[in-house]
Design a protein around this ligand. Structure first.
Ligand SMILES: [Zn+2]
Length: 455
């Protein structure tokens, strides 16, 4: 999962939203009960019991594989390391009968992606993993370290090599129960989830192509760290640039009918109206991260900065403001863009303002389809004797690759991977008690989806 480091501050509010999130976002309270004390209910079928029984005997093998891939540095820009992790997963997938291929990432400036496919009689399920981590070779955090019988620390141990391995272990159990051959699966392991290549249209082309032919999308990210939650919605991220102009003149003449208010007052007007019109909308945030204004403005889009020259006694000629928007649904994003554009267009005398938008992650909206998928997952969890599962509050979910699948897929769910805490820090830790139970839950879930009617 990506936790974007923002230069920016949020202007957050709540009220008057048209986007409805159901009460399934209520967070679970208290520590997670130990899964080893829980027993499956009678609701599991004979095949599902076979799948479940195949998992624990292979947990040690799975954890050894996890240790092996965590010990390979695969920071996004370490292309050789990303490739090495892909090669290890690929061998496992080949052995399970998947057709695998490596998509080279030269065209979008990254290592590339591993894609594994198989076709059976069931509806196609898109599974999403990633090979890279936020820890480049320069990081001091490089190795898997067992902290206790139930915890292990390491770069990517939950985000998301743990999820990748859970996916593989689930496949192995489905194979040993004799049902993998009937399943239609496309698994996409991105090599650049933590820092996507550009253009995004190329970097995510294989993921969106896979989404277009699939009925379900399941992300194996680590999520909130609590196995009693999953993700059905994530806010998208779009950048914006506001450019205002004014007429330079002696400061003593500002506001004169032929000179006007200057660029900086014009930008200030726009920003203030953004705040007064939009800051109370639930799940919408927008933030001016930095601003440069004066008589001579130079911006550097690659360095996220720039320089300005101006004098206190000269009416400002130009102002540029750079910010982002986070929105929960495509409609909320479109409405916000149109309000912001209209505000920018209503310029003060002798000034102009123009706002442009650059879309990054699309929103993963909390659709009815996603809620139904969560209900199926919740049922699997209960049938296994584990915890009920509710949706994570989207204000607490970062951006992730499943969002790119969202516009093309009727049902999506994320965060079914390995639970733990402190991802993206050098304390990233996996809760190893969850490894077997979460593999069982994923395997039975995939099996049930594969036996559901095709769309
Ligand atoms: Zn991740």
């Amino acid at each position: 999962m990506i936790h974007r480091i923002l230069l920016l501050m949020f202007l957050v509010g709540c009220a008057s939203s048209k986007t409805v999130v159901t009460s399934t976002t209520t967070s679970p309270v208290g520590p997670v009960p130990n899964p080893s004390t829980m027993t499956p209910t009678a609701a599991l079928t004979a095949t599902e019991r076979q799948i479940v029984a195949a998992i624990d005997p292979k947990n040690a093998e799975g954890l050894a594989l996890l240790e092996r891939v965590v010990n390979i540095n695969s920071g996004t820009m370490n292309f050789a390391g990303v490739r090495q992790v892909a090669d290890i997963l690929r061998k496992e997938l080949d052995a399970l009968g998947f057709k695998t291929r490596w998509v080279d990432g030269a065209a979008f400036g990254r290592a590339g992606h591993l894609i594994a496919e198989r076709t059976g009689t069931g509806p196609r399920i898109l599974l999403i993993g990633h090979l890279d981590t936020v820890f480049e070779p320069t990081s001091t955090f490089q190795k898997f370290e067992k902290l206790s019988d139930t915890t292990a620390r390491g770069p990517g141990v939950i985000d998301m090599k743990g999820g990748d391995v859970i996916m593989l272990q689930a496949f192995k159990a489905l194979e040993s129960a004799g049902v993998l051959d009937k399943m239609s699966i496309t698994a996409v392991f991105s090599g650049d989830e933590e820092s996507s290549g550009r253009p995004l249209s190329l970097a995510r082309a294989d993921l969106t192509a896979a989404a277009k032919k699939s009925q379900y999308a399941i992300g194996f990210e680590d999520g909130s760290g609590d196995p009693r939650t999953a993700v059905i919605s994530r806010r998208g991220a779009t950048n914006w640039t506001l450019r205002s102009t004014g007429i330079p003149a002696h400061s003593s003449q500002i506001f004169r009918s032929d000179i006007g208010d200057g660029a900086i007052f014009e930008s200030a007007r726009v920003l203030d109206q953004f705040r007064s019109r939009l800051s109370k909308e639930q799940y919408l945030t927008f933030n001016p991260g930095y601003a440069i204004g004066g008589t001579d403005v130079r911006t550097d889009s690659t360095q996220a900065g720039g320089s300005a020259y101006g004098k206190s006694n000269v009416v400002s000629k130009a102002m540029s403001v750079f910010g982002d928007i986070r929105a929960l649904s495509p409609k909320q994003l479109a409405d916000a863009k149109s309000t912001m554009s209209a505000i920018a267009a209503a310029s003060l005398p002798h000034t102009t303002s123009e706002i442009t938008f650059d879309d990054g992650y699309p929103p993963l909206a909390p659709t009815d389809g996603n809620r139904k998928l969560l209900a199926l997952y919740d049922q699997v969890s209960r049938d296994l004797g584990y915890w009920p599962v509710v949706a994570v509050d989207p204000m607490r979910a970062g951006a992730a690759d499943v969002s790119f699948a969202a516009p093309y897929i009727p049902m999506a769910l994320d965060a079914v991977g390995l639970a733990g805490w402190d991802d993206h820090t050098d304390k990233e830790t996996a809760d190893l008690r969850m490894f077997g139970p979460l593999t069982k839950r994923a395997a039975v879930f995939l099996y049930r989806l594969s036996t559901s009617p095709p769309r």
